[in-house]
Design a protein around this ligand. Sequence first.
Ligand code: SF4
Length: 355
Amino acid sequence: MDKEKLADKFSKKIKEITPSREVRAIHICGTHEQAITQYGLRSLLPDNFDLTMGPGCPVCVTPAREVDEAIELAKQGVTIATFGDMLNVPGSEESLSDARSEGADVRVVYSINEALKIAKDVEELVFFGIGFETTAPTNAAILKSNPPENFYILSSHRLIPPAMELLVDMDVNFDGFIAPGHVSTIIGKEPYEVFANKYDVPTIITGFEPLDILFGVLKFFEQIDSGETKVENAYERAVRDKGNQKAQKMMTEVFEVFDAKWRGIGEIPNSGLKLSDEFREFDARENFEIELGESRDIHPGCKCHLILTARGTPEDCGLFGDECTPQDPHGPCMVSDEGECNIWFRYGRRPKMDI
Ligand code: SF4
């Protein structure tokens, strides 16, 4: 069966079993949002079904204070290496890109390995490491492979299941989770069991192709229809039930879990990764004086805090697509390719017009 016919089949099945009430699922992944918006998948889903993005963009949830730390280090003359998206993310007052235009040495890298190469040519290099469970194991592996003495990490890693649990605790009104496939390749099914077993929230691990997403949504509706709540792996070609145990071990050997702040959301228990004492010689926070004033996560008018907690969409922001664009972002959700505002802007979702 070709893809178009299969998509049509999934869409029809979903509509057949959709209850007449309003139904809502939250996904936690910028790559899911990109596929959903780019391929117009919402148009294949029932009108009374709302599929909303939650805190699934690692760049967006990095607090302004941690961006400020990187900027402060750059201003002290330390070379900063980080992913391209992080350059334009607003800190409290300015971005790494602003610091670079004032003369700071800020390099864009595609991987931590590139940062290691740069370390050979500079006095001190700090890799500003952001991301979820997908990127943390690679950074852990580098620290276990005897990096040079002038190499440090400013860790801003965050963990997805605690953020999902916060959404349940916040009483954001929804019926189930579409769980991120790439994070799940590392952590497997087990960390999601709490949602089905304790909170009675269907949770479907889903891949990134448009058909994967429709299939994941179908599995979600099958659980709504049957009343049986469970964690279901709808991405079996990539996700094993126990995940990648080698990567998990690497993470636990190098990082410690702590109560971390998320931009616009606040502190979430057990949701961040910091370097353990054993690796403190590579911890930028332990090896440099970083003095900061007050920080400011959300700038006036920006609704990223609502978008990141699935309580709003870019259409709820009066700045979307007008004052705030990828060329002139006012908030983190417009900066990153994985931010909902950026995705909606690029793929044509515009604010509703008053005509
Ligand atoms: Fe924030 Fe811009 Fe998105 Fe509005 S459009 S919520 S200002 S990032």
